[in-house]
Design a protein. Structure first.
Lengths: 598, 567
């Protein structure tokens, strides 16, 4: 587009850049840029002069996100951008960076939070969650708020953290701007509806109509090169290489997978995850069709898209994991009183669901005359699988590497498989592409200062991001000390990337390497044992300012490691347990103790 | 000066008498390997670091280190163990190794596929059995071997005792063995620790053997020192000394060659240990330290000459060698089956193919020998041909042992072809790091095919000495085989022909770098001619010389020059 304008004060290069940008933008984006430029100017003016420049009307909106994987953060940014485009003054913060005492003064607050395995808050939401539920929590009669919660309905405590925030803020006197929305893994649509509802409510309350945009600093994302590919528009990444990392005789099947991001414009930082849209096993699809007595070739509609039932089942719908909503809806279709009874008690239902999939449901509770569209309508969308990236672009450039444990087990006389892991490990061929996107994780980052020592605790596939860290530190020639704790079942077959770790140690880049293998000896030894054994030196590293990273299993490993760290701080630092816990909380607050657990 | 020394020479000198950082290496749980320097030192303690070569490439792709494991060799002068020790070794094979015991051409046991973390326990268990691995490998005197001749038990006992005394005298002494393996506290090291070897040890390995004529099953002339016992009136009165034997060579390096020991003189029986020490001292002080391929005693002798050696000996030993006595060596093979000695004891020599004692699918060899050890009150003797003697069986016990031999279908020489039971092979793939081609795993197939040729020629029941080594270094003593193969590459061998059966003439390189079909094609007409034209009792190697297929060596370079050119 070439609008007719007065003579431009821009250089040719600047003019080309802005023209190029303008051509790419849709209407909504153009609105936002317009607001952004006005706001940017206002901020520059107010920075030097008295703060008397145009103040926006209405109270500022504070957006807080509590995020383990980055989805909540992505949505918080989406809300922030749209709010700015509407001319609202808005500030977006990681919950961890939000000073809790400010809560008393907040007038408009939006909270977007995910939930951890057993209904626990993500690490960066722990502080605020604890404060709100503690004795020091203030009355909040001035507060208007809205909560968006993210979760996975296959877990018992679905969206629990969001529910906690919502109910607690109400209990403390806050008023809801809009109704809380609990999103399942397929969160985009309900989240967008919540954002629209919230912004509509705020605009309608805005005195004096639409004011100019707010003078806040530009969001970080503007300065980053953006790719056209994202969660909604995944990039088809060709598979470059795949090798099983476990030696012969191992009971485990962990694969190293290399994908190409060439020409995608996608970039990632060590600590980020890769989202992968996997496919179901066609054999399972066939079994399902046979069980339901349906023809895979008939056409169904999925979000306005027409496709065959078989395609829908293989590519778009979750088959291997059942969720309470699916079963509850199934119960409505079904005549079975047993199923009705089952759905009445959520705890029992969750237990029943454990290890069962759609085929089990169809077998146990068949529905007479079930038609294809009804089946499709009752299923959850197949969510993307997230894998911690095991490479650094400083070393591998256009590639992205993953460390994927193939999930396989037998239950009720049937071989069952994890969708994403077995698709990547077995079914994806070298001619295939994997639809991927980058899932940023700002809460799992190398220290900004390359001289800062780091301690990496990553048993099993938890080792993935640490390979990325080491590649990054090696490529950037960062002199900080590095220490790895790794554990798995057997030393000779399950030491993931052993050659590379030994090579880094030989080069002097890896300063210490402690390993624990649980099935080699009579005693089961885990990383937490090695952490305690190395307590003296570990404490010295902590006191030198080392950052500690934990990646891997959230259920057993992460709490055990946390306990071991408390023990080390208490015994080596001569502190009480409470004091040691405080020490680790401060480390978390200072981003020196970061976890990526799943 | 020391800058020009090879790495191995530097490492032992700086090792604080073989301690190095072995303890730290053992404590490192992140790798199954030792530190690079320690892999040289571990040899002095009887261990070779190896890896499973079948898995090497696969594990490289899997980003795993090689499948590191160790071969541990015992020091066992004369190759004798008691039944109690046998049980202990049998249990160790199960607990720490791959479930097999390997009898070697140096009359000892090897354990294979031992993991680093199990080494200390293994060596501690050996210690409890009164056994050790000190000096079984490395640049020191190795296991002292003797031939086994149960017919002459009094002289044999003398020879055996001499072997033990020589082994003890020439063993290394520092406390490194006890500190690293037996949990003894580390002490200050000082020069008194190693009075004979000092911190330099020897330039290369050193081997001593004792033969009791007329038998030569220890291939006495293949050793740095070959002692040939001389008897008078049924008593050993002294030894002829032969010096400078050695099998190893390097392909393409014409300065390297196998050499038979040269008999140089006689020493009385009571001087034999001192004489050996004097000879080792000459090698210690004059052997080449700058080039390991030239560091064996044979090269020291060829560099300086035998007259120089005799002068040195007279000086170091304090008296000169006496004149050689007459002797005859007839046969380097084992005598299978039962024999009875002059004291009424019975001895059973069993054929153990390639020396590998394992429970195979159709031959429960390890279980069988474990069962025999339960009822046996004598001893077990390993032969230098990788076979086993159940020795000193009383007349009463013989039947019970025979019953087990029958039950387990053990081979007393009656169940195998003469070719197979006299064949020797080294270990080679997948554990030996030096192997270029298969040996132990290939031998049964190869002997079957050569035997078929012999059978077709009508000589299937005759004995021909066949030896196969996976590399040119000589563990199977290939250069003393009537037919011998040394590995060049997977499936490719050098074919040597023409040694005698008494271990007194080396063979010659017949054709280079050939595969099995060429080997068989070459052997077929020669075996057929031998069957037709041999004289009574003439061996295959002897026939090839008489027939003119082979001619005597003109010089050591002949070992690199095939008689038949490629193609």
């Amino acid at each position: 587009m070439n609008a007719s304008l007065p003579p431009s004060p821009l250089s040719d290069a600047q003019r080309q850049q802005i023209d190029a940008l303008a051509r790419e933008l849709n209407e909504q984006q153009l609105d936002w840029v317009q607001g952004y430029l006005a706001g940017y100017r206002a901020a520059q003016q107010s920075a030097g002069a008295a703060p008397s420049a145009t103040q926006p009307q209405g109270a500022k909106l504070t957006v807080l996100f509590g995020s383990q994987t980055g989805n909540a953060e992505t949505l918080a940014e989406r809300l922030t951008e749209q709010a700015r485009a509407k001319g609202l003054e808005v500030e977006c913060l990681d919950m961890n960076d939000f000073p809790v005492r400010r809560l008393k003064k907040e007038q408009r607050l939006a909270i977007i939070s995910s939930t951890h395995g057993e209904g626990d808050p993500p690490d960066n939401a722990l502080g605020l969650h604890e404060y709100l539920h503690g004795r020091k929590a203030p009355k909040l009669p001035q507060l208007q708020y809205a909560v968006l919660s993210l979760g996975d309905s296959s877990y018992e405590h679905f969206c629990q953290t969001g529910i906690d925030f919502d109910e607690r803020l109400a209990a403390l006197g806050g008023k809801r701007l809009t109704k809380r929305v609990d999103c399942d893994v397929d969160f985009d649509e309900p989240a967008d509806q919540w954002i629209t509802a919230l912004l509509d409510q705020l605009s309608s309350e805005q005195p004096g109509g639409e004011p100019g945009p707010s003078p806040t600093t530009p969001p970080a994302s503007v300065s980053q090169p953006q790719s056209q590919y994202d969660r909604k528009h995944p990039f088809s990444a060709p598979l470059l290489d795949r090798v099983r990392l476990n030696g012969r005789g191992s009971g485990k099947s962990v694969h190293h997978i290399e994908l190409s991001l060439e020409d995608s414009g996608l970039s990632y930082t060590p600590g980020d995850s890769l989202g992968v849209y996997a496919q179901n096993d066609p054999r399972l699809v066939e079994q399902l069709l046979a069980q339901a007595g349906l023809d895979g070739e008939q056409i169904v509609t999925l979000k306005d898209e027409s496709l065959t039932l078989a395609q829908a089942l293989q590519h778009h719908l979750e088959l291997t994991r059942l969720t309470p909503p699916t079963v509850q809806q199934w119960a409505k279709l079904s005549e079975s009183s047993e199923l009705h009874t089952l759905t009445e008690n959520k705890r029992e239902l969750i237990q029943w669901l454990h290890g069962r999939d759609l085929l089990d449901l169809l077998q146990s509770f068949p529905i007479e005359g079930l038609d294809a569209q009804t089946l499709v309508d009752h299923l959850r969308r197949l969510p993307p699988r997230l894998y911690s990236i095991a490479s650094s672009q400083a070393a591998v450039e256009d590639e992205v590497h993953l460390t994927v444990a193939a999930v396989r087990y037998e239950q009720r006389e049937r071989e069952r498989e994890g969708v994403g892991s077995t698709w990547l490990a077995d079914r994806l061929t070298l001619d295939d592409n994997a639809p991927v996107f980058i899932d940023r994780n700002k809460n799992f980052r190398l220290p900004e200062n390359g001289e800062t020592p780091i301690v990496m605790i990553g048993p099993g596939t938890g080792i993935a991001p640490f390979r990325a860290f080491m590649q990054e530190r090696e490529a950037l020639e960062q002199p900080g000390k590095n220490w790895l704790f790794f554990g798995d079942r057997r030393f000779r077959t399950d030491f993931l990337y052993q050659r590379e770790w030994l090579q880094w140690r030989k080069q002097g880049l890896l300063h210490r390497l402690d390993v624990a293998f649980s099935r080699d000896g009579p005693e089961k030894v885990y990383v937490q044992h090695r952490i305690r054994e190395a307590g003296g030196e570990l404490w010295r590293w902590l006191e030198e300012g080392a950052h500690v990273y934990v990646c891997g299993d959230a259920n057993a490993m992460a709490p055990d490691v946390h306990e071991a760290l408390i023990d080390v701080v208490a015994s080596q630092g001569h502190r009480s347990r409470e004091n040691a816990e405080q020490y680790l909380r401060e480390m978390t607050r200072d981003k020196r103790y970061q976890r990526d657990v799943y | 000066m020391s800058e020009s020394l090879p790495e191995a020479e530097q490492i032992k000198r700086e090792s604080r008498y073989l301690r190095g950082s072995l303890r730290e290496s053992l404590a490192d749980k992140a790798t199954g390997a030792l530190r690079e320097e320690d892999t040289h030192l571990s040899k002095f303690h009887g261990l070779y670091q190896q890896d499973d070569r079948d898995l090497r490439e696969e594990r490289r792709q899997q980003k795993l280190e090689p499948h590191f494991q160790f071969m541990l060799r015992l020091r066992l002068p004369g190759g004798v163990v008691t039944p109690q020790q046998w049980w202990g070794l049998d249990r160790i094979a199960d607990e720490y190794a791959d479930g097999s015991l390997r009898l070697t051409t140096r009359q000892t046991f090897q354990f294979h596929r031992v993991f680093k973390e199990d080494l200390p326990s293994l060596i501690q268990d050996l210690d409890v059995l009164g056994l050790d691995s000190r000096g079984a490998c490395g640049d020191v005197n190795r296991n002292v071997v003797t031939n086994v001749n149960p017919h002459l038990s009094a002289s044999h006992q003398t020879v055996y005792e001499a072997a033990v005394q020589i082994s003890e005298r020439l063993n290394w002494r520092s406390a490194a063995y006890e500190e690293v393996w037996l949990n003894q506290p580390a002490k200050q090291t000082d020069d008194e620790e190693e009075p004979f070897y000092t911190h330099r040890y020897l330039p290369r390995k050193f081997k001593v053997a004792i033969a009791l004529p007329p038998h030569n099953d220890c291939d006495v002339l293949a050793n740095d020192i070959g002692l040939i016992a001389i008897e008078e009136n049924g008593k050993v009165i002294g030894y002829n000394i032969a010096v400078g034997g050695g099998m190893g060579m390097t392909y393409g390096d014409r300065a390297t060659y196998p050499r038979l020991a040269t008999p140089v003189g006689f020493v009385p029986a009571d001087q034999v240990v001192d004489a050996c020490e004097a000879i080792v001292a000459i090698q210690r002080d004059h052997g080449c330290r700058t080039n390991r391929a030239h560091a064996r005693f044979k090269y020291t002798l060829d560099d300086h000459g035998l007259d120089w050696f005799k002068e040195q000996f007279a000086q170091v030993h304090g008296q000169p060698l006496e004149d050689l006595r007459d002797y005859t060596l007839t046969d380097s093979g084992d005598r299978f089956g039962w024999t009875e000695d002059d004291k009424g004891f019975h001895h059973l020599t069993l054929c153990i193919p390639s020396g590998r004692i394992r429970d195979f699918e159709h031959l429960k060899l390890r279980t069988a020998l474990h069962d025999i050890a339960k009822i046996h009150s004598g001893e077990f003797r390993i032969t230098c041909n990788q076979n086993l003697i159940i020795a000193r069986v009383s007349a009463e016990e013989r039947a019970a042992i025979q019953e087990r031999v029958d039950h387990y279908a053990l081979d007393d020489g009656s169940r195998s072809t003469p070719l197979a039971r006299n064949a020797i092979s080294c270990v080679a793939f997948p554990t030996c790091g030096l192997a270029m081609a298969e040996s132990e795993r290939y031998l049964p197939e190869l002997t079957g095919k050569i035997h078929a040729l012999m059978e077709a020629a009508g000589i299937g029941q005759d004995t021909i000495h066949l030896r196969v080594s996976g590399c040119p270094n000589g563990c199977a003593r290939p250069y003393l085989g009537e037919i011998a193969l040394t590995g060049k590459a997977p499936g490719k061998y050098n074919l040597f022909l023409g040694a005698d059966t008494g271990g007194q003439r080396l063979n010659r390189l017949y054709r280079e770098n050939i595969d099995e079909s060429q080997i068989l094609t070459d052997l077929k007409p020669l075996l057929e001619r031998y069957a037709q034209e041999r004289e009574a009792d003439e061996g295959f190697g002897d026939f090839l010389y008489r027939d003119g297929v082979l001619s005597a060596h003109a010089g050591s370079e002949d070992f690199h020059q095939p008689l038949i050119a490629q193609g």
